[in-house]
Design a binder for this molecule. Structure first.
Ligand SMILES: Nc1nc2c(ncn2[C@@H]2O[C@H](COP(=O)(O)OP(=O)(O)O)[C@@H](O)[C@H]2O)c(=O)[nH]1
Ligand SMILES: [Mg+2]
Length: 263
């Protein structure tokens, strides 16, 4: 009360404003960075320095509208987007510029690293002309002991050819985007099975994380179906012959067609 009129009123008011702003800021960092709600069958993080072309790739792969631009701050928080790969919904998450010192928590980096820890795979993006721009990020990931299936992508290959060891991509080259989709699918580590239901085969594949059994397949239908499952008939590479009768614990393979049997 006294502060409102005292000799240091302006100063106190300024301090108060600073405190509130700081609190507001840390709340934002906390809320936006700590976790990205998982959607889809897998979560793949796009990581790289500012202007590496992450937003452009997210947009090209998912058909969502994102503002892109030559600004380091175009993206200040993780941006999730769903994309369909081989008929399966996969979540891509653009991670904004991880800066040096992230492992020590600088710049909200620790929270961002937490997002990476929850991801199934990482796409490291760099401008094809600047492969060394990934060095600092690789060092941060190593320091934070984040080891995930990783794909290195060299972007803007319409301007510069990709260096060895990186998958070259240009948003102007649909063929390169197709190759990227394939590589990102491989990164998920998922397999797909198809269900044969009485009277028809399901068109939509069901994603599973291997090793997966007939029981796991039954669970993708309903937990009651899993409980009642006695086995399956299988067509595909895990079957010795078409329509082989197998038990609940039979391990299924990518591309199998499965008719779940219940008692
Ligand atoms: N020539 C070319 N420019 C690209 C390509 N991908 C992105 N860019 C440009 O690179 C700049 C940075 O892209 P952006 O996606 O915002 O990078 P981010 O900061 O990593 O999200 C933008 O001006 C984009 O238009 C590409 O494949 N070819
Ligand atoms: Mg961006």
């Amino acid at each position: 009360m006294e502060a409102a009129n005292g000799p240091y009123a302006d100063l106190r008011k300024w301090v108060q404003e600073q405190l509130e702003e700081t609190r507001g800021r840390s709340r934002v960092v906390h809320r936006d960075s700590i976790s990205v709600p998982r959607e889809g069958a897998a979560q793949i993080a796009l990581v790289g320095p500012p202007n590496a072309g992450k937003s452009s790739l997210l947009q090209a792969l998912s058909q969502i509208q994102i503002k892109t631009g030559d600004y380091a701050f175009t993206t200040t928080r993780p941006v999730p987007a769903l994309t369909r790969l081989r008929g399966v919904l996969v979540q891509l998450v653009e991670i904004p510029g991880l800066i040096e010192g992230a492992a020590e928590g600088r710049g909200g980096g620790r929270a961002l690293l937490g997002v990476l820890r929850g991801a199934d795979g990482i796409v490291l993006c760099h401008d094809a002309a600047q492969p060394e721009s990934l060095d600092a990020i690789r060092a941060e990931l190593e320091l934070a002991a984040i080891e995930k299936p990783t794909l290195v992508v060299a972007t803007k290959t319409d301007e510069t050819p990709p260096p060895e060891g990186a998958l070259g991509v240009s948003v102007l080259d649909e063929e390169s985007l197709e190759a990227l989709r394939d590589a990102v699918w491989d990164l998920t580590g998922l397999i797909r099975v198809f269900l044969r239901r009485p009277g028809h085969d399901e068109a939509e594949p069901r994603p599973l994380r291997p090793p997966a059994t007939v029981s796991d397949v039954a669970r993708t239908i309903h937990h009651d179906v899993e409980a009642a499952c006695t086995g399956a008939r299988i067509w595909g590479s895990s079957a010795r012959f078409d329509g082989q009768r197998v038990g609940r614990d039979h391990v299924v393979a990518d591309g199998d067609t499965i008719e779940v049997l219940v008692r």
